[in-house]
Ligand binder design. Sequence first.
Ligand SMILES: CC(C)(COP(=O)(O)OP(=O)(O)OC[C@H]1O[C@@H](n2cnc3c(N)ncnc32)[C@H](O)[C@@H]1OP(=O)(O)O)[C@@H](O)C(=O)NCCC(=O)NCCS
Length: 249
Amino acid sequence: MSDKKWKTSIAGIVDGETLIHGYKVTELMDKVNFTAAIWLELKGELPTEKEKAMLDAILISTIDNGMGPPSTTNARNSASAGNPMQAAVAAGVLGIGEYHGGAIEECARLLQMGLSAEKLVEKVLAAGDRIAGFGHKVYKTEDPRAKQIFEKAKKLGFFGEYCELAVKVEQVLEQKKGKKIPVNVDGAIAAVISDMGFDYRLGKGFFLIGRVVGLIAHVFEEWVREKPFRRIPSEEIEYDGTSPRKLPW
Ligand SMILES: CC(C)(COP(=O)(O)OP(=O)(O)OC[C@H]1O[C@@H](n2cnc3c(N)ncnc32)[C@H](O)[C@@H]1OP(=O)(O)O)[C@@H](O)C(=O)NCCC(=O)NCCS
């Protein structure tokens, strides 16, 4: 046992070669694709063809959802202010939160708690919270990305107990709230990664890996297509504070 303070079993340089979980990075570069390398990095083993196809679909689903969401507007605003790529992308990443892109972790945590759908819904609603992974600003009855992820999971054999539970949660939530609050892309990813044996604490990571690609593209487009310094137009801004007044001295 060495007494070195910085230890990792993920990757290291041995005899001048970078090893990732024991495989030479140069061999991986030659023989596997990026999604397989991501799986290896996160799980420690290479994926099967089916695991690779499922992860590929998950990552693609998170790449971009247009200019509207906070991550993209954050990144573009930051680029517009004159920041370099790494700063603008970091600003975009900071636009990811519990309500946008960040719900995978919490949803997977809830699903992996071992509760029935009824108990899960009851517990979250009783605390006055929203159930992570359900509901959407645009998709009010069905999130097509969630549908596609579940269809793919069925085809590839990953639609297991957690996917079943997510579907039941959607049904119970509809009964309780009297309207459909559909499982969204985060919820579908949370269910499938749970069925593929990932720890819920990796949840946000899947969204980050995909969305950084989209943020890079948006930052670059902002530079080449727009004039610097975006500002909210005055017509869209209203000051409704105290009327002009004099200092008291
Ligand atoms: C995404 C989200 C912010 C959209 O919110 P929204 O546009 O305000 O939602 P809607 O206007 O369609 O619905 C509002 C009503 O549905 C309820 N609702 C919406 N999402 C809910 C959820 N996930 N769990 C419980 N109730 C929910 C709200 O409490 C509100 O109920 P009320 O009318 O009794 O007050 C919201 O659904 C949410 O917070 N979801 C959880 C986080 C999440 O999964 N984010 C990832 C999005 S891809």
